[in-house]
Write a protein that binds this ligand. Structure first.
Ligand SMILES: [Zn+2]
Length: 238
């Protein structure tokens, strides 16, 4: 990919592969099972209605776990890109941890929500939340004991899709990092970007189902590929 300097607006999609090297396991890496439940069966609105304690306990554990992890070289490189890149940038992440932010990135959109937010089903506010929800703590805003994890469950619509599509329309480079690209609606981003004339680049551990859609694919660990790519982009700008 030559002449990086021609780019003005970059949209980056990140997935589990970026956080994996920080020790955050994906649903699938975890074996797909948690206390004999398929994870897909825990992370749904139906599961929450049927057995809220089970679902709250699952998310309490994950919320606690991410707070013990630290950003890796890929997060830090994207933080540096955000700080130094003078063009347009949107980092759309499927990850619900806060490692992009702790890695210094600011232009981040969490399309699947955030572990460190709660969502009050009574007043619709989304307070910052680092502790457990299992004991039904009151909402800091309205006092209702109606907080759930602010995470998009299977069968729910991802957040801020309009903003994502608006950014894709302006993008001249779309980069996908650490995600199979096989799950919609994220899988549609590369197709949309291509059809609108953007260059497309995939950085991934292994070739994925979505690889065919990208003009260029680079294979390897995110902690190696991302810092190298960010260096290229920022050098071209200098
Ligand atoms: Zn409330």
């Amino acid at each position: 990919m030559a002449a990086m300097a021609k780019y003005r607006n970059i949209v980056i999609l990140t997935g589990a592969g970026v956080s994996a090297e920080s020790g955050i396991d994906t649903f699938r890496d975890a074996g797909g099972l948690w206390e004999k439940h398929r994870v897909e069966d825990v992370a749904t609105p139906e599961a929450f209605a049927r057995d809220p304690n089970l679902v709250l306990r699952f998310y309490d554990m994950r919320r606690e776990a991410i707070q013990t992890k630290v950003p890796n070289a890929a997060h830090l490189a994207l933080g540096r890109l955000d700080a130094e890149w003078r063009g347009g940038l949107l980092i759309v992440t499927q990850n619900v941890d806060d490692l992009h932010e702790r890695g210094g990135a600011r232009r981040v959109l969490h399309m699947h929500g955030e572990h460190l937010n709660a969502w009050c089903l009574a007043c619709d506010r989304r307070p910052r939340w680092t502790g457990p929800l299992i004991d039904r703590p009151p909402c800091p805003a309205c006092g209702s004991r109606a907080l759930r994890p602010d995470v998009v469950w299977f069968g729910e619509v991802p957040y801020r899709m309009d903003e994502i599509h608006a950014a894709l329309r302006e993008a001249d480079l779309f980069v996908s990092i650490g995600t199979s690209g096989a799950v919609y609606p994220a899988a549609g981003f590369v197709r949309a970007a291509r059809e609108l004339g953007a260059d497309t680049l995939e950085l991934n551990l292994e070739r994925s189902k979505g690889s065919a859609w990208f003009a260029e694919t680079r294979l390897g660990p995110a902690t190696e590929l991302v810092p190298d790519w960010v260096d290229e982009v920022l050098t071209s700008m200098a």
